[in-house]
Every structure is written in C-alpha cells, then in structure tokens.
Write a protein that binds this ligand. Structure first.
Ligand SMILES: [Zn+2]
Length: 299
C-alpha cells in the first residue's frame, strides 16, 4: 500500500517537474562540424544537434543529400557560418521548405581588409569565411548562438546563458594559451604554407603568416604557373614548414614541399573537426592540435 502511494507520488512529481513539452529537446542543425560543437556547448543536454557537413568534410565543395533537406525540415533552429562559406545552402533551405529561423553565427565578426600584396589569392573580392580560426571570433559565434537559442526557447534561456558563460571562460583560457605558445616560436619560423587560405583570421590574431596555393575557397584549382611561383617564393623567403589539411587533397602541398625543399609539417585542421577518436573531436581540441603542430616548428 505504502509503496504504491510512493509510486503515485513520484509519478505526480515527475509530471510537475516536466510539464508537457519541456522534456522535448530543441532540434538544432548546424551547417558544419565546428559550428555544431559550438551549438552543443551552448545548447547542452536539452538540445539535439545535427550537422550537415560532418567530420573531415569540406563545406566549400559539398553536395547536400535528401537526408540534409529532411534534417532542416525537422529543425526548430538552423545555424550557418555565412560569409559565403556554404554556397549550396540557400538552395537546400528552399528545397527543404523549413520554417526554422536561419541564424548566421558570424554576425558581428570583423572581416579582414583585402590584402593588396601578391599573396596568391585566387578569390579576388571574396570574403574569407574561416572566422572561427581566431578564438576571439569563436566567442562571437557563441554569443550569437546563446542569444538565438534563448529567443527560440525562452523557457530555457537561463540554461543557455549559464552554458555559454562556462564555455566562453574556456575560450578565454584557450586564447591566452595560443598566444603564449606562439610567443615561443622564433619569429623567422612564423611563416608557413598550407593548401588553401583558411588561416587568415589566425594570422591576424596570432601572427603566424600562412601562404597558400589555393585561395579562401577550395573550388579553384591552382595552376602549374601558380605552383611554380609559390615554389620560387619559398626558395627566396624560407618558410618554417609546409602543412597538410584534413579537408583537402595533400598532393599539391607535398609537391610544393618537394620542389622547394621546405620542411614538411603535420596536418592542420582547418574547416572541420575529426571523428570522435581523432585528434580534434571538438573545437578546443582542434585549436590545441594545430598549436602543437605549429609549435613543433621551434625544434
Ligand atoms: Zn576552407
């Protein structure tokens, strides 16, 4: 008798604690893995986060599937990078007929001035979309996500505020860590080469200069002439190292390293996280991994 009464009380309590609807997770979709990680950190346990371009995926050259349209149609809220990163998105949004608000997570990010030096930029006039490569910019993404989730789901606004505050504190510490590690790299090694120009914001924030045979997107092929020019540039002005990326074909960069005699470094994660078991399943892991690769140039 007593246990039945307790069971009834527990049942009643559970209805009080979770009124209808509150148990349902808010369904959020992020266009790519790094942005998905930001949304997970702010959304916490009460948000179900799906991503379109997954781990090690190249969002510049992505072909959406019918499953992606369904993800958008089922979403309560959608987060995108913007700045021309997801050229395929607008059509997908239309095809999905989603009613979800589309939130541009880079709103308020200061985009770099176009450099006028002959720095091998094939994307004349294009905006660099890789804003997340500066941790200070990642904080802008997080603030935008916090505000958008709070507006979409006001009942849990205080949770989103608290989650964002905790994550922003981690990002502050990460930003300091990047600065202190980079300070240990000799200035003459702070020039490196990678496949595509994904590290402009990192360069501006932390002072490691990146050369790249491809521009801010990966859709334009570098010509033989471009490659020859960059090889002769490296021979004249030494680079600290040549790095591969997880989202682009390694052959071009390997060829440049061979022809220029530059030291081959490891893999940098530019536009995507790795799988769970990889070196960079989260944004903080990604920045730390890249930092270790760059710091190896000191030895
Ligand atoms: Zn990119």
């Amino acid at each position: 008798m007593k246990s039945r009464a307790i069971a009834a009380a527990v049942l009643a309590l559970s209805f009080i604690a979770f009124p209808t609807g509150a148990q349902e997770k808010l369904k959020a979709t992020a266009s790519f893995s790094i942005l998905g990680d930001f949304v997970k950190n702010v959304g916490g346990a009460r948000t179900a986060v799906a991503t379109l371009v997954g781990p090690n995926g190249n969002a510049h050259a992505y072909t959406p599937s019918p499953a992606d349209a369904k993800k958008l149609a089922d979403s309560d809220i959608v987060f995108v990078n913007g700045l021309g990163f997801e050229g395929w998105l607008e059509r997908l949004v239309k095809a999905s007929a989603t009613k979800a608000p589309i939130i541009v997570a880079t709103k308020g990010v200061k985009t770099p001035e176009r450099s006028s030096d002959a720095d091998h930029d094939h994307d004349h006039g294009r905006t660099d979309p890789h804003a997340w490569q500066s941790v200070a910019n990642a904080k802008i993404y997080v603030a935008n996500i916090r505000d958008a989730l709070s507006a979409a789901d006001p009942a849990r606004a205080s949770t989103y505020q608290a989650n964002a505050a905790a994550y922003l504190a981690k990002l502050d510490a990460l930003d300091q860590e990047v600065k202190s590690v980079i300070a240990t790299i000799p200035p003459d090694r702070r020039r490196v080469l990678t496949s595509h120009n994904a590290f402009g914001y990192f360069d501006a924030a932390y002072g490691i200069h990146f050369l790249a045979p491809q521009g801010v997107s990966t859709d334009a092929e570098a010509s033989a002439k471009d490659v020859a020019a960059i090889v002769s540039q490296i021979k004249k002005q030494k680079v600290g190292g040549v790095f591969l990326e997880n989202v682009t074909d390694p052959r071009l960069v390997q060829q440049i390293a061979r022809e220029s005699g530059a030291k081959m470094g490891g893999v940098l994660y530019s536009d995507a996280l790795t799988e769970e078991k990889g070196d960079a399943p989260t944004y903080i892991d990604l920045i730390r991994h890249n930092l270790r690769q760059l710091a190896a140039l000191t030895s």
